[in-house]
Ligand binder design. Structure first.
Ligand code: DX5
Ligand code: ZN
Length: 216
């Protein structure tokens, strides 16, 4: 399949969020990537439900929420009510991951699991056929604009092998440090969904950069 591009709204100009959403609507981007941080699981606090509610009113593409929060199951229904399509929780934040995935599915959303840079792909062996997407963090979660961790390529390859071995349909999403320089090699390595924050929103022409990421 042709890979997807999901701009991370974390790097958008929050004073002009409406314009940023319209830009993504008009662009070749596939999804809106929404980074939710609680100041506990990660050191930073980003934005939460009221802001996402406003964004959802204007967004004309699927919402892909990446929860970097402890006890994320407290909010599954809220995200569902806001129209989120892909809901991703962190492996490291869920004591009962299997149950969390089930709950996301019961609510009618697609379930994603994110892995921190230190977490080995093999941790997902027993849930791989249950999840719709695995998000490989290629920076430590919490901030945009960080340097890509090169080891992430090996993780993509290992995850691709695991998906194949299990006959699963899981999407591979990669998040953090994606640039115009590494996008095509990441796609070649097996990434299905490229998340890009600063590369898109710090560019002079974000719409054109999204197109370049799509063509990568
Ligand atoms: C980091 C977030 C990312 C972040 C990516 O914790 O999960 O989605 O916005 O930003 P860039 O693309 O600038 O690394
Ligand atoms: Zn993210």
């Amino acid at each position: 399949m042709q890979h997807l591009v999901a701009p991370s709204m974390l790097s958008a100009d929050f004073l002009n969020l409406g314009e940023a959403i319209e830009m993504v609507n008009k662009s070749e981007a596939d999804w809106f990537h929404l980074d939710v941080m609680d100041g506990m699981f990660v050191p930073n606090i980003s934005y939460g439900l009221p802001i996402i509610k406003s964004m959802a009113q204007k967004a004309e593409k699927p919402l892909d929420a990446h929860l970097m929060i402890k006890y994320p199951e407290r909010y599954f229904e809220d995200f569902h009510d806001l129209g989120v399509e892909y809901l991703t929780v962190h492996y490291e934040a869920c004591t009962h991951l299997h149950r969390s995935i089930q709950k996301i599915h019961d609510l009618g959303m697609k379930a994603g699991v994110a892995l921190n840079p230190h977490s080995h792909i093999s941790l997902l062996e027993d849930v791989i056929t249950n999840v719709d997407m695995v998000l490989i963090m290629s920076v430590n979660p919490g901030f945009g604009g960080q340097k890509f961790i090169e080891r992430s390529y090996t993780k993509v390859t290992k995850l691709r092998e695991m998906i194949k071995r299990n006959n699963a349909n899981t999407l591979i999403q990669l998040d953090g440090g994606v640039t115009l320089d590494n996008a095509s090699s990441l796609v070649a390595a097996g990434v299905d969904v490229l998340v890009a924050g600063s590369t898109v929103f710090k560019a002079e022409n974000p719409q054109q950069v999204i197109k370049m990421l799509k063509d990568a």
